[in-house]
Design a protein. Structure first.
Length: 143
């Protein structure tokens, strides 16, 4: 089964933080992990923020970003997802960035795995609730 992972999960593969162990279990145990190319920019932004706040060294941010190509994901183009993503963003009043992952999941018949509990909770009350699951819930149930 295919799963779409978002940047909140990918960062946990690079930086030790809460639920990194669950993210690593997902990386090893899931069959087919997908991500839009947008994820690379979101991960880079998160690493920049962590370096700026002193959570990781500035030199480490670049090293970690270089490891992105080794992530266990199959990358997908965003260009074909953007029209669907903006429609979802407008309907759900959520950022387009989040909805790119959701659009990809809808396109391939997958679920989005996220560590962003606020995003998962916001969608839980919508028709898209079954399309988004938290990293913790997925790992506890499936791995």
């Amino acid at each position: 089964m295919s799963l779409v992972v978002d940047a909140s999960v990918a960062v946990k593969w690079l930086v030790a933080e809460e639920d990194s162990e669950s993210a690593n279990r997902l990386a090893v145990g899931a069959e087919d992990l997908l991500a839009p190319r947008l994820m690379a920019s979101e991960v880079a932004n998160t690493l920049w923020r962590k370096a700026r706040l002193g959570e990781i060294g500035r030199d480490r941010a670049g090293v970690l970003m270089a490891a992105l190509t080794e992530m266990p994901v199959r990358w997908n183009v965003d260009e074909t997802l953007c029209a669907d993503a903006i429609r979802l963003a407008l309907a759900l009043d959520r950022p387009v960035y989040d909805c790119v992952y959701l659009a990809l999941a809808h396109r391939v018949g997958a679920q989005v795995i996220t560590a962003d509990v606020r995003f998962a909770n916001a969608l839980a009350r919508t028709e898209h609730g079954g399309s988004v699951v938290t990293l913790t819930d997925y790992v506890e149930e499936h791995l």
